[in-house]
Design a protein around this ligand. Structure first.
Ligand code: NAD
Ligand code: IPM
Ligand code: MN
Length: 371
């Protein structure tokens, strides 16, 4: 039996609560499909800062680089507000992304039929929604230098972040988006602000060239990112794949999350380049939501974004397509059956907690493989 190494990084706040539900699923999966998952758990974020003095230790980085896939919960919270910038919990996540070279962040937003009324938008606007945001994850203003606050000496300070994109960074994220569009409905919308930013102008130029030279059979459209945000709320079903930079992708994916009803529903995959010899890629899977300090410790967080992130791991790291489909279908079934955490609660539904939601999905998954 093959061994599949998973590193679990639960993190802070609701991260460990959601991760516990994935651990249940891993156990069921090993049991019914003999998938041979072996898990190891390490600290990240504020928890790692408290215990190890850094939001991700070198030892944990080594584990992450050696794992077949990393599952990440969430980091951060008010407890660490006063921590030095370099050691804040979020810096742990950024180091993982950068050192593992996870340049492509896939954030799918799907409207489950049972949740069509949980969105703040009208049912007809989001019913049947299935879009994919491909966010560049290791460049742009998140990492560009200089990045500092300098004292001007006259009672003024200057805060600087720098948006930087090199040709190869735009080329590889554009190719990732086009490859994914080819497996979907064949349309890519590239979002930037070429009307204001040099990096937007160049992003547009490179994406246009990659399309013309390598993917002319697919459809490419360009949209200014502010207008793209408006279109996401006005008519989200016009989109198939959206490709955009690190910061715009962060913001647009939170908007997309709410189209589906709750931040607690949106999974993501952060992928590196495929190894030329083995074809394998480094990968980290994480929900789009954060540590949700306002509901942490109450047992009411929605674990579905975390569970669906595990389904993405099955799909993209382990090519376990049948299992991934079964897990996604199990989530849909539980929602159909009326089980709802507080964030997606609706009239006539049954309110359940984090752990019951995980149990319900695990039960459905087991039933699919036992029948
Ligand atoms: P958040 O995503 O943690 O929470 C925003 C709102 O959504 C809150 O009201 C929260 O209760 C709700 N929510 C989020 N996930 C939910 C879930 N699974 N079930 C039910 N409700 C859910 O964003 P925030 O409050 O802006 O940030 C809190 C902390 O998380 C900050 O420190 C931030 O930096 C961090 N953060 C971490 C990540 C990550 O680790 N990947 C992502 C975003 C924010
Ligand atoms: C996300 C988060 C992170 C980001 C933070 C926690 C560093 O908001 O994954 O969406 O800004 O990328
Ligand atoms: Mn975000």
């Amino acid at each position: 039996m093959a061994t599949r190494k998973l590193l679990l990084l639960p993190g802070d706040g609701i991260g460990p609560e959601a991760m516990a539900e994935v651990e249940k699923l891993v156990a069921v999966m090993n049991d019914v499909t003999g998938s041979g998952f072996v898990t190891e758990t390490a600290l990240v974020g504020g928890a790692a800062y408290d215990a190890e003095g850094a939001p991700v230790s070198d030892a944990t980085m080594d584990l992450a680089l050696a794992a077949d896939a990393v599952l990440f919960g969430a980091v951060g919270g008010p407890k660490w507000d006063g921590v030095a910038y370099e050691k804040r919990p979020e810096a742990g996540l950024l180091r993982l992304r950068k050192d593992m070279q996870l340049f492509a962040n896939l954030r799918p937003a799907i409207c489950y039929p049972a949740l069509a009324d949980a969105s703040s938008l009208k049912r007809e606007i989001i019913e049947g929604l299935d879009l994919l945001i491909v966010r560049e994850l290791t460049g742009g203003v998140y990492f560009g230098e200089p990045k500092e606050i300098i004292d001007l000496g006259n009672g003024q300070k200057r805060a600087i972040d720098t948006q930087v994109y090199d040709t190869y960074e735009i080329e590889r994220i554009a190719r990732a988006a086009f490859e994914l569009a080819r497996t979907r409905r064949g349309k890519v919308t590239s979002m930037e602000k070429r009307n204001v930013m040099k990096s937007g102008l160049y992003w547009n130029e490179v994406v246009t060239r990659i399309h013309r030279d390598e993917y002319a059979d697919l459809t490419l459209e360009h949209m200014l990112a502010d207008s793209g945000g408006m279109q996401l709320v006005r008519a989200p079903k016009q989109f198939d794949v959206i490709v955009t930079d690190n910061l715009f992708g962060d913001m647009l994916s939170d908007i997309a999350a709410m189209l589906t009803g709750s931040l607690g529903m949106l999974p993501s995959a952060s992928l590196g380049a495929a190894d030329e010899v083995t074809g394998r890629r480094k990968a980290l899977y994480e929900p789009v939501h954060g540590s949700a300090p306002d509901i942490a410790g109450k047992g009411i967080a929605n674990p579905l974004a975390m569970i669906a992130s595990f389904a993405m791991a099955l799909r993209y790291s382990f090519a376990m397509i049948a299992e991934a489909d079964a897990l996604d279908a199990s989530i849909a079934e539980v929602l159909e059956s009326g089980g709802r955490t507080a964030d997606i609660m609706a009239e006539g539904c049954r309110r359940i907690g984090t752990s019951e939601m995980g149990d319900a999905v695990a039960e459905r998954f087991r039933a699919r493989f036992s029948s």
